[in-house]
Design a protein around this ligand. Structure first.
Ligand code: C5P
Length: 305
């Protein structure tokens, strides 16, 4: 008989995401928007260190993992340590759902900037569900975790699926994994100022433009980025640029690189470009740093921790 050791401590890496496509289809009666979006994980990670507690309590701290932390890149006001934080809410939700008496100490090391459109809070919440399911030996299936994830936020189910590339509908919570070939290199940059997701959605005008075709979806699976550039779009780009002038300045800087595809991620304010090689991504990153952008990253798409 094989016995599987149950850990008393666990480290979980939580990847960031970019939206390769984000069409806002309609405004819904519940205040959310119906979306058609394609998300890919990126090899930029927050880290969660989980430890068991005997007293049943959930204890949570976070620390910065960014070398040059500008206050606007990791805004403490957006990261409370009580049950307003998605990490604490995820832990309590799981504990209640599983009727568990277990507790946990959670230390989060943040590298994904806040208000960036990179899913930082959502990926931390999904990693908490996934990690505590193991630490507490609950044996919940991915489908159960994805259902709990949908109660925490629109992007959380994508991360709970632990897939690299997916087409998502509904609020973002209905997920179809897209198997894919090589992961492209990526360069990302973010201005000092962020953007509130709710504010950007409020300023957008849904229902303009077409949906992705079957041909586009095969293009996505095969990574034909130059051909896809005409079909992929982000409907939140325009309202984001109206709310934050840096977004347009960043777009102009990316325009100069002649990349196969570049766009804003989610509700911004991060702009990203897909590159042919990691070398090219690093070269672009150097130029963006020299232009004075406070946060720049070069890496690869489709990291699943
Ligand atoms: O679901 P999440 O908490 O990440 O969403 C943050 C805000 O973004 C929501 O309160 C809503 O205003 C907006 N939103 C939306 N439609 C979506 C996702 C988010 O209007 N599909």
């Amino acid at each position: 008989m094989r016995s599987r050791a149950i850990p008393t401590q666990l480290r979980v890496e939580a990847p960031a995401k970019v939206n390769l496509h984000l069409a806002v289809v309609a405004r819904r009666a519940d205040g959310f928007h119906e979306l058609e979006t394609v998300m890919s994980t990126v090899n930029l990670f927050d880290t969660l260190d989980l430890g068991k507690r005997d007293d049943g309590r959930i204890e949570f701290f976070w620390q910065s993992g960014l070398a040059r932390t500008g206050i606007r890149l990791l805004d403490p006001a957006l990261m409370p340590t009580d049950d307003r934080n998605l990490v604490v809410r995820a832990a309590l939700l799981l504990k209640n759902y599983a009727k568990s008496s277990e507790g946990a100490s959670i230390v989060l090391t943040k590298r994904i900037p806040t208000e960036a459109g990179l899913g930082g809070g959502s990926t931390d919440a999904a990693a908490t569900l996934w990690g505590l399911n193991r630490l507490w030996n609950l044996n919940l299936q991915t489908a159960d975790l994805v259902e709990l994830a949908a109660q925490l936020g629109s992007d959380v189910p994508f991360f709970a699926m632990r897939t690299g590339l997916a087409l998502c509908h509904g609020r973002g919570e209905r997920i179809q994994t897209l198997s894919s070939g090589d992961a492209p290199a990526i360069v990302m940059a973010k201005p000092a100022s962020g953007l509130s997701t709710a504010a950007v959605f409020r300023a957008c005008h849904p229902g303009v433009g077409g949906m992705l075709s079957e041909r586009d979806l095969s293009g996505l699976r095969e990574g034909r980025w130059s051909a896809l550039a005409r079909s992929l779009r982000n409907d939140l780009q325009r309202p984001a640029a109206e709310l934050n002038r840096d977004v347009t300045r960043l777009q102009r800087d990316f325009d100069r690189f002649g990349l196969p595809f570049h766009a804003m991620s989610g509700s911004g304010s991060t702009w990203f470009g897909l590159c042919d090689t990691l070398c090219q991504a690093r070269r672009c990153a150097g130029v963006l740093r020299a232009r004075g952008w406070p946060w720049v990253f070069a890496g690869n798409c489709r990291a699943v921790a």
